[in-house]
Every structure is written in structure tokens, then in C-alpha cells.
Design a protein around this ligand. Structure first.
Ligand code: ADP
Ligand code: MG
Length: 411
């Protein structure tokens, strides 16, 4: 199972963990986190002081406003930094601003719940998290260098002490990589928990109304019934018909006038059967029921007219409703990539963590996806809402497009 985050890397056997890039990524993540947090902290204190000093003049307000909105920039940097220790991208939860201009931008952002979540995250980062980052890195570096270089400072240190210092320093250095990576993973999990898009961040995309959910549920039941009817009824009859025609073909002498018509009828019956099978797969794919999500998604990826990299690591079979929903998310997203994006390559990543299935479909095409311009994305949001999940779409003009879906899959 490919490792996708610093936390997951801790479960690797030590030889694999120590030769992987995860400990070093964690070190860079924490080092840059400490530094960044302290610089931002100083800048924010500056803004507050500015606001307080000029509070009676209008410019003071600008200081407070900049403070309130600072989380947006910090969150953007944090989302970018998160890639160091987590392969699954964290999408932006802000919605697009409809009118141009600074005032429209500021008022839209101030009304969004996520802006305040990001500000809270920024304050917690500057006040606590960045300091822990810095402490963890500083302690690891200090302990290792002290042991490695300690004997150099002791006059006439015997060779045995120098050797002991080097070996102990090396061992400690290696052992320290574990708590450091663990903290980097925990830090990333906190970041993800606070900054991930929520259902109420973008009402236009994620419409979790109950009546809709019920409607889609009913529709799913109906789909299953149709699939069963087609499979057990029409398909069986067509198979029987095709066999009968095959037998008739064998019994007729080749030169009889009826042979040609029977052969054509047989071919037509076989074509109808193939078409019906394809149709049943569209209604409800059998491979999904038989072999699970990973196999079904790989099959969709193989059938796509472009290269699709799949990175799907699932511990076990998931509840059926979750598998079906995730499957159709991938089908629709990949159909969109092929139809609209112009990308030559796409990537599907899926994993389960904390009882949530995350599915991400990404392409580096032209972007500009808009659920108001079609029915596919809107339908996808309905489906996901029906099982209590959320959809986030990031598709700026010029790309890339990322469809990020999270589905609860706990028992
Ligand atoms: N991956 C993508 N890249 C670029 N544009 C996209 C992508 N996905 C969707 N779009 C745009 O968003 C619109 C809405 O998509 P969708 O709801 O799936 O409708 P459609 O039925 O046209 O596929 C599409 O018409 C297309 O213009
Ligand atoms: Mg579509």
C-alpha cells in the first residue's frame, strides 16, 4: 500500500521508513513551520499595534481589517506547505467572488465562515503550533550535535569518549526522527481538520438538504431494481434467443436460402446482448459489487481515452452505498476530464482515514469547471449529499481542476 502521508509512514518497517523521504520532509515541514509562524506572529502583532495606535483615524481600521483577513494568506501558504507531508491536496474552501474590485472581495470574504476559521488557525499557529515545531526541531538538532560534538570540547577527551559520543549521537539522531515525523503528521492533521472545506462553506456546491437526499436515495433503489430486472429478465431472454439462433444455424445446411437470414439474426442478437450488457454496466457495474471500488475504478481508468494514474489504497471493502457513490464520482469526473479539460493525463487518489473515504480526481487541463453549466457536477453533488458526504471543486481558469469528495464510511 503506497504511503500517502507522514503519519502513515510511521507504520513502515524501520529500514523503509529511514530510507524514505518522509523524515526529511517532516524536518523541512516543521522547520519552515516554526520560522513562518514566528514571522507571521510578529507581523500580526505589528498590524494590531498599528490598528490600536491609529484607531481614531480611519487608517486604523485598515490595520484591523488586514489582521482579520490575514488568515486567508496564511492558510494558502499552509495548504501549499502541507504537500510536504501529505500527498492528498487540501482544496481552497473559499467561494469565487462574483463582482470585481477590492470592496466586493473584502465583504465576501468577511461574510464567509471559513475566513474566521482560517484566522483562528493562524492565531493558534502563531501562538502555539509554530513554537512546538521550532522546539521539536531545535531539540532534535541540539541533542544530536551536542552528543556528536561534545567530546571535541572536552580537553584531552579519550578516544573511547569521542567514539561513544558519535555512536550515541547517531543513534539518537535516528530515534529522534520518529517523534519528529509523528508531530509533523499530527500538525498536518490539525491543519487539515481546520482548513478542509465544510458543507456550509459553499452552499452553491454542497446543498445538503434533506428532501434531496431522500430523493436520491429513492432513485438509487430504483436503479438497483432496473439493473436486476434487466439482468435477470431481458438479458437472460436475449441469451436464450441467441443460443436458439446459433443452434438453428448449425442445423440448417449452408446452402439453404434461410441460412443467411438466420446468420444475420444471430449476429443482431449478439450485438443487442453486448449493448444491453454495456447499458447494465452504466446502471450499476457488476465489477463494483464483485471486486470492490479499487478494481472498478481501475477499469474505468483503463477505458478512459487518456492516461489516468490511479493511487487507490483501501483497507477493506466499504459500505455498498459509499462504493457506488465514489464509483460514480470517478466516472463523472473522468468523463469531464475527457470531454472538457483538454488534459492529457489525470490522476485519481483515494484513501480512507478516520472513517472517511477521500476521493480526489485531478487534471492539469484548462480549468473553469462550473456546475451551473451542466448537469453532471450538480448530480454528483446530489449523490454525495445523499450519503452524507461533501464535494469541493477547485477549477480556476487555466487549471488545474480538482474534484475532492469526502464520504463518511464508518459502520
Ligand atoms: N475537468 C474539467 N475541466 C474543464 N472544464 C470542466 C471540467 N469539468 C467540467 N467542466 C466544465 O463545467 C461544465 C459543467 O460540467 P458538468 O456539470 O459535468 O456538465 P456536462 O454535462 O457538460 O459534463 C462543463 O460543461 C464544462 O464546461
Ligand atoms: Mg459532465
Amino acid at each position: 500500500m503506497p504511503v500517502r502521508s507522514a503519519l502513515e509512514s510511521l507504520t513502515l518497517p524501520p529500514t523503509k521508513f529511514l530510507t524514505s523521504s518522509w523524515p526529511w520532509r517532516s524536518l523541512v515541514y516543521l522547520g519552515s513551520g516554526g520560522l513562518f509562524g514566528m514571522i507571521v506572529g510578529a507581523a500580526l502583532l505589528g498590524l494590531l499595534a498599528f490598528g490600536a495606535i491609529f484607531t481614531l483615524v480611519a487608517v486604523g481600521i485598515a490595520g484591523f481589517l488586514a489582521f482579520a483577513l490575514s488568515g486567508i494568506a496564511v492558510a494558502r501558504v499552509e495548504r501549499w506547505r502541507l504537500r510536504l507531508v501529505d500527498r492528498v491536496d487540501l482544496p481552497d474552501a473559499h467561494r469565487p467572488v462574483e463582482q470585481p474590485g477590492l470592496v466586493a472581495w473584502v465583504t465576501t470574504r468577511l461574510r464567509e465562515q471559513v475566513t474566521w476559521r482560517e484566522l483562528g488557525y493562524t492565531i493558534v499557529t502563531c501562538a502555539i503550533l509554530a513554537w512546538i515545531d521550532a522546539l521539536v526541531v531545535a531539540f532534535a538538532l541540539w541533542a544530536v550535535t551536542a552528543l556528536l560534538c561534545g567530546p571535541l570540547y572536552i580537553d584531552d577527551s579519550p578516544l573511547s569518549l569521542t567514539l561513544f559520543g558519535s555512536v550515541a549521537g547517531l543513534v539518537l539522531g535516528i530515534v529522534m526522527l520518529y517523534p519528529m515525523t509523528a508531530w509533523a503528521g499530527a500538525r498536518a492533521a490539525i491543519t487539515r481538520a481546520i482548513l478542509a472545506p465544510r458543507a456550509d462553506d459553499d452552499p452553491q456546491l454542497v446543498e445538503l438538504t434533506r428532501s434531496r437526499a431522500r430523493l436520491v436515495d429513492a432513485f438509487e433503489v430504483e436503479r438497483r431494481r432496473i439493473e436486476r430486472d434487466l439482468h435477470d429478465g431481458a438479458q437472460q431472454r436475449l441469451v436464450a434467443l441467441s443460443m436458439q439462433l446459433g443452434l438453428a444455424r448449425l442445423e440448417l445446411p449452408d446452402d439453404s436460402p434461410a441460412a443467411d437470414s438466420v446468420r444475420r439474426a444471430h449476429d443482431l442478437a449478439k450485438e443487442a446482448l453486448a449493448e444491453l450488457r454495456e447499458l447494465i454496466r452504466g446502471v450499476h457495474p457488476k465489477i463494483l459489487t464483485d471486486r470492490g471500488l479499487a478494481a472498478a475504478v481501475s477499469e474505468v481508468a483503463d477505458r478512459a481515452p487518456l492516461t489516468v494514474d490511479c493511487d487507490i489504497a483501501l483497507p477493506a471493502r466499504l459500505p455498498q452505498a459509499v462504493e457506488v457513490t465514489a464509483y460514480f464520482v470517478v466516472v463523472e469526473a473522468l468523463a469531464n476530464v475527457a470531454k472538457h479539460s483538454g488534459a492529457g493525463r489525470a490522476r485519481v487518489v483515494a484513501s480512507v482515514a478516520f472513517d472517511r473515504l477521500t476521493v480526489q480526481v485531478r487534471d492539469d487541463g484548462r480549468g473553469g469547471a462550473d456546475p451551473r453549466r451542466g448537469t453532471g457536477l450538480a448530480g454528483l453533488v446530489d449523490r454525495v449529499a445523499a450519503v452524507g458526504g461533501t464535494v469541493a471543486l477547485a477549477s480556476p481558469h487555466g487549471g488545474p481542476t480538482v474534484v475532492h469528495v469526502e464520504l463518511p464510511c464508518g459502520s
